[in-house]
Design a protein around this ligand. Structure first.
Ligand code: CUO
Length: 682
């Protein structure tokens, strides 16, 4: 259902996974149905496996069909959201798998391919009878959203000239969207990283902001919206400091020209168009587009923004019935997250509007705000591509600033909220094979992705694109802990990393540095009386998903390598392991690792997490479960410091420890090796 989105469903797939859907003519779209010869030609013979699709009554598809087949689809556009919501409802409503297959087959030819992919993904992810099915990563179905558009013609040529098996991977240059004349281009390896963009798309798939309420209403989803994006900004700022750039400037004044341009070089294979670029110093305008049934003014957004600040400073939001709901220490951030995004859980959309989503849209339509040029939105208008554009980080810094404003109104963590009586961390070290103690190593790595699921190549077979991404050498944390009580103690180990110095190379105040701490790992330990040594591998991080999960198909297609489908229980949300560390610098970027062990009694959530893909819980939570940490997300860095704390050193209690480390970047590129493990550099 996901493969080759622009081709009819009954077409058999290429050499390796030959599946044909035998769709009854009644379910096919009229135009296709009329050409019975086409059906026979494509449906017969070639496939190894035939899926019999049964006839099913067609539902009213007029809402999903408001979006034409060749239009680009964006969740940020309310009309598209409504279309997706309706299709999700239809697919969720199917009584069993057979019906779901039939309905999918019927809808696939009739609705927009992006919309179909999104709605079917959400449905598979949330239906009890399909939740353990895997869905292919989006870059396989829509590689055009993830890489240089120039690759696809080359891929076609390659596939025409060479048979499957003897085709060369097509190299995507590292510098294809801009040159070094644009200083923002220094960060392109982060913004355009396929794993990062896949994570972001996946996060929004797991936490949709519209659709049936039961899918949207997940534990602490508004708070996680705040925290996951706050951490992305922290990571981006950290990355910028590694590249001698200052932290991102908030997108505060929406009427001022946007200095950062972005030319994504993405082609849309569905719309047969390139994605619109944004030249530098573009300004946004009021949007009034009939085609999208969208009308929003900059002034609307400014009013919403002011109401947010009012609510935050008053400590409560206005409810539709005129009452006020308090923004409490525990629940306030969750409410604000849903209000800001805005998800359908927003308690008062009339007053607080749709600020974040409209921010994405206004920027993404700045080149054609009234639709006179029949252009669609640019990269910032789609969660699958938004993180490629430098303005994403300015917009989300603006959003994050409001959340921080709320956090500043909350009680500080006094030491009694931080200490763990009897627990003292004696030392922390990181060990990288082949490197001096407390040195971390990064380098470039090449890998291949298969394009043939998304695009029709004739003759069929795999065509690989080879791209270059940041990678680090796996490392181990060694933590020495003293338990001075007489009984075993359970604690949560929280590991963060931050730059040691600011843009000027001097120490930061704690109140500023805390916003640059990126969470690296969190796990539970039992500490026996007296001394304990904790060893933890970087690859076990509860922030990340392993490389082979981000790029499953690549591994599976490689002879002798990869994971089996059975091992691969679908759970694609998670920060990519290969981006766990910032790039660092050739001289070694001075950083600080912060480790804290908090009292598990104050952290724990009573629930079983057996078999529920919990390995990237920090950003993604656990499927169908409560967020597995009772503390505020970002603890202990999510509040202003208590009185008397100016520096990180002032902040420390005995159950915390800070170690200076450096991240050394080696400007070498490791080729595709064929195994899961990258080559170690010494
Ligand atoms: Cu993830 Cu703005 O929420 O892109």
């Amino acid at each position: 259902m996901f493969d080759r989105p622009t081709e009819p469903i009954f077409m058999p797939k290429g050499d390796n996974n030959n599946v044909a859907f035998d769709v009854p003519p009644a379910l096919l779209d009229n135009r296709i149905n009329a050409d019975a010869g086409l059906v026979n030609r494509l449906g017969a013979g070639e496939a190894d496996q035939h899926v019999q699709v049964k006839t099913i009554a067609l539902p009213d598809l007029s809402i999903p069909q408001t979006l034409a087949r060749d239009q680009n689809f964006s969740l940020f556009i309310p009309l598209h959201r409504k279309a997706a919501g309706r299709l999700i409802e239809i697919l969720m409503g199917m009584r069993n798998i057979d019906d779901l297959v039939s309905m999918s087959a019927a809808c696939r030819e009739r609705v927009n391919p992006y919309l179909f992919n999104y709605a079917l993904s959400v449905a598979i992810l949330h239906r009890p009878d399909t939740r353990n099915l895997q869905i292919p990563p989006l870059f396989e179905s829509f590689p055009d959203k993830f890489m240089d558009g120039a690759i696809f013609n080359r891929a076609r040529q390659e596939s025409e000239i060479f048979p499957s098996g003897s085709r060369q991977p097509l190299e995507i240059p590292v510098d294809y969207t801009a040159s070094d004349l644009d200083i923002e281009h220094r960060l392109a390896y982060f913004r355009e990283d396929m794993g990062i963009n896949l994570h972001h798309w996946h996060w929004h798939l797991v936490y949709p902001f519209s659709g049936p309420r039961s899918l949207v209403d997940k534990d602490r989803r508004g708070e996680l919206f705040y925290y996951m994006h706050q951490q992305i900004i922290a990571r981006y700022n950290f990355e910028r400091l590694c590249n001698s750039l200052a932290r991102v400037k908030r997108f505060l004044n929406w009427r001022e020209p946007i200095a950062e341009g972005y030319f994504s070089k993405l082609d849309s294979l569905v719309a047969s168009r390139i994605w619109p670029p944004r030249h530098s110093n573009a300004t946004i305008s009021d949007v009034n587009r009939e085609v999208d049934q969208l009308q929003v003014d900059i002034a609307d957004c400014e009013r919403w923004r002011d109401r947010f600040y009012d609510a935050i400073h008053q400590g409560s939001i206005l409810m539709p019935n005129g009452n006020r709901e308090l923004l409490t220490e525990e629940k306030g951030i969750d409410i604000l997250g849903n209000l800001m995004e805005a998800s359908i859980l927003s308690p008062n959309m009339n007053v607080y509007g749709d600020l974040h989503n409209m921010g994405h849209l206004l920027i993404s339509l700045c080149h054609d705000p009234d639709g006179r040029n029949l252009e669609t939105f640019s990269a910032i208008g789609d969660p699958a591509t938004a993180m490629r554009d430098p303005i994403f980080y300015r917009l989300h810094s603006f959003v994050d600033d409001m959340f921080q404003e709320h956090k500043s109104t909350l009680p500080r963590y006094e030491t009694n909220k931080l200490v763990y009586n009897g627990i003292t961390i004696r030392s922390v070290d990181v060990e990288t094979p082949g490197a001096p103690k407390n040195e971390l190593r990064t380098y470039w790595k090449k890998d291949d992705v298969d394009l043939s699921r998304g695009i029709d190549f004739t003759p069929r077979g795999n065509v690989f694109a080879r791209f270059t991404h940041l990678q680090h050498t796996d490392f181990t944390y060694k933590i020495q802990v003293e338990n001075s009580t007489n009984s075993p103690k359970v604690g949560t180990v929280r590991i963060f990393l931050a730059p040691k110095f600011d843009e000027r190379g001097v120490n930061m105040l704690f109140r500023n540095q805390r916003l640059l701490f990126i969470e690296q790992d969190k796990f539970t330990v039992t500490l026996k009386p007296k001394s304990n040594t904790i060893e933890r591998k970087s690859t076990d991080s509860s922030l990340t998903i392993p490389f082979e999960r981000t790029f499953r198909e690549l591994q599976r297609n490689r002879p002798g390598g990869g994971v089996s489908l059975e091992q691969f229980n679908f759970c694609g949300c998670g920060w990519p392991q290969h981006m766990l560390l910032p790039k660092g610098t050739p001289e070694g970027m001075p950083c600080e690792i912060f480790v804290m062990i908090s009292n598990f009694d104050d952290d724990k959530i009573n629930q079983s997490t057996e078999g529920s893909c919990a390995d990237a819980a920090i950003f993604c939570g656990i499927r169908d479960k409560l967020y597995p940490d009772k503390r505020s997300m970002g603890y202990p860095f999510d509040r202003m410091p208590r009185d008397g704390v100016n520096t990180l050193a002032d902040f420390l209690t005995p159950n915390m420890f800070v170690r200076d480390v450096s991240i050394r970047f080696t400007n070498q590129t490791v080729g595709v090796q064929g195994g899961d493990e990258p080559n170690r550099l010494n």
